[in-house]
Design a protein around this ligand. Structure first.
Ligand SMILES: Nc1ncnc2c1ncn2[C@@H]1O[C@H](COP(=O)(O)OP(=O)(O)OP(=O)(O)O)[C@@H](O)[C@H]1O
Ligand SMILES: [Mg+2]
Length: 503
């Protein structure tokens, strides 16, 4: 039978056992979801399959024959395609979309092709993208592409290489609803053609929608493999956590009438639009909008990046904010969306990443006090539930979701007043998501002001006191937490019914 079978796979990093005799299989023509909380071992298992890591123990068989996957090239030759979780590490920013799409062809022929025809590279790239219904200019350098565009390039590249087995590690995290639907169409087509697909995601509704079977991993062990239709979402979550997730509904009331943060007529350089808004002390203001609505651009401008013009007020006093440096000095901080690029230093330790924004508190006469830094870091690690063997571990060795937690945690310090969160829960598991919500709520309870930018409307309905809807770079509606519904926000966010809901 056509299937890929990983048998009793084990793997340790520096004596820490990360995979414990895990068996996992994917059949031709099925979508198999691989699930588990941050750090469970999903990406590690897949990196072994992609030839990035070597297993310590176990065997891998394709259609009954044992194969050796000692390099990414080996994996490619066996028809294994992969879309990795760390989008930026897999693309060449200075090359164009077309060139990035062609890279695989060159590497899999072992660089034997000596003459490069740019014309044919472009033509092929156009065909691949067209086939997949992806609109993208092939001459654009990847550095200028948005995160979701980069993700689509990776997907197109993997699919173009005639794959028999395709690994998608959190492919939809940066995608819009429309792009996600496009991806699902692509997945279905591939499945019908007999490709076996391994699908990793923290979004439970997607799992129910797209997968035929699922496997749950916990602490590097295999917990269960089952047909998706026979299990409920609650049951799956319970297997992931080892216990059920308790729902704590906490409705806060904003009592302060003090305006903590206000911006007037700020022109956002990237969108050319101008916006104004206020945040009360202790208030969580959600900014809802589809991917591409201009949320990240707005968040960055409010943080003083990109030479935005306009007026900033903190506690009623006008402040000059012309750079992120000024913003930080005034107690403003931003947790950016593209955290790998802007938010974290992967070659540095967890402790160093966590202490960096507050470095002044750990230096004496210019010397870094390592013990103080470690104590601070350990407190944060506890607070955020970061899974790491120690605070001295390099950040790049943490799982994707745990890197996210560090990138959020580093900004949470008592001397900040206003927090801008840009898509903070991307790639974070159900339990960690709840922890982050609690963290944000407790910041609000301490009287801080919060702006929460997201395309995940459900999250806003859960956490925001007030919701501003952004469409095409402008705020087109505002709802109180109580009056907001998914439908109302969606209508405005998609540009429909502007006149009725404006206000
Ligand atoms: N190169 C490495 N060196 C050391 N430890 C590593 C390395 N890669 C992963 N780990 C560790 O292995 C464990 C599993 O990580 P992995 O990335 O597989 O988790 P995951 O299930 O993909 O999580 P997430 O949902 O957060 O992406 C983590 O504890 C991580 O710190
Ligand atoms: Mg992962």
């Amino acid at each position: 039978m056509c299937q890929l079978f990983m048998k009793n796979i084990s793997k340790s990093f520096d004596d820490v056992s990360v995979l414990k005799s895990v068996s996992f299989s994917v059949k031709a023509g099925e979508v198999h979801a691989l699930l588990g909380v941050n750090g469970a071992g999903k990406s590690t298992l897949m990196k072994i399959l992609a030839g990035d890591y070597q297993k310590d123990d176990g065997t891998i068989e394709i259609s009954g024959k044992e194969v050796s996957l000692e390099s990414p090239l080996d994996a490619k030759r066996h028809g294994i395609g992969v879309v990795v979780q760390e989008v930026d590490t897999a693309l060449f920013p200075t090359l164009t979309v077309a060139e990035n799409l062609a890279i695989d062809t060159y590497t899999s022929t072992g660089f034997k092709m000596s003459r490069v025809s740019w014309q044919s590279i472009k033509k092929q790239a156009k065909e691949i993208l067209n086939d997949m219904n992806i609109e993208l200019e092939v001459n654009k350098p990847v550095a200028q592409c948005s995160l979701s565009e980069k993700q689509m390039i990776l997907i197109a590249r993997a699919v173009a290489g005639n794959v028999r087995y395709l690994i998608l590690d959190e492919p939809t995290a940066p995608l819009s609803e429309k792009e996600t639907n496009t991806l699902f169409e692509i997945i279905k087509k591939l499945r019908d053609k007999g490709v076996g697909i391994i699908y990793i995601s923290h979004r439970m509704p997607e799992i129910k929608k797209i997968s035929d079977r699922f496997t749950v991993m916990r602490d590097g062990k295999l917990i269960i493999t089952e047909k998706t239709e026979t299990a409920s979402t609650e049951q799956i979550i319970q297997q992931m956590l080892g216990k059920s997730l308790q729902q704590t509904e906490r409705k806060r009331k904003v009592t302060s009438t003090n305006t903590l943060f206000e911006v007037k007529d700020i022109t956002i350089p990237d969108t050319g639009k101008s916006i104004s808004l206020t945040v009360q002390e202790g208030e969580i203001v959600g900014v809802a909008g589809l991917v591409g609505a201009g949320k990240s651009e707005t968040a960055r401008a409010l943080f003083g990046a990109g030479e935005a013009k306009g007026s900033w007020f903190i506690n009623g006093k006008r402040k000059k904010i012309t750079s992120p440096y000024h913003a930080l000095k005034q107690g403003l901080c931003l947790v950016p969306e593209e955290r790998r690029k802007e938010g974290i230093l992967t070659e540095h330790s967890v402790a160093h990443n966590l202490s960096l924004p507050s470095l002044q508190s750990f230096t004496r006469f210019g010397w870094l006090q390592l013990k103080k830094e470690a104590e601070y870091a350990n407190r944060k690690i506890d607070e955020l539930g970061v899974v790491t063997s120690s605070s001295t571990r390099l950040l790049k060795y943490l799982s994707g979701g745990n890197q996210q937690k560090v990138s959020i945690g580093k900004w949470i310090s008592p001397d900040r007043n206003v927090y801008l969160f840009d898509e903070p829960t991307k790639g974070i598991d159900v339990k960690a998501k709840k922890e982050i919500f609690q963290l944000i709520q407790s910041l609000a309870e301490q009287g801080k002001g919060i702006l929460y930018f997201t395309s995940e409307l459900e999250e806003l309905l859960h956490i925001a006191d007030r919701i501003l809807v952004m469409y095409d770079g402008e705020f087109t509606a505002s709802f109180t937490g109580a009056e907001a519904t998914h439908e109302k926000i969606m209508q405005v966010a998609t540009g429909g019914m502007l006149s009725e809901t404006n206000g």
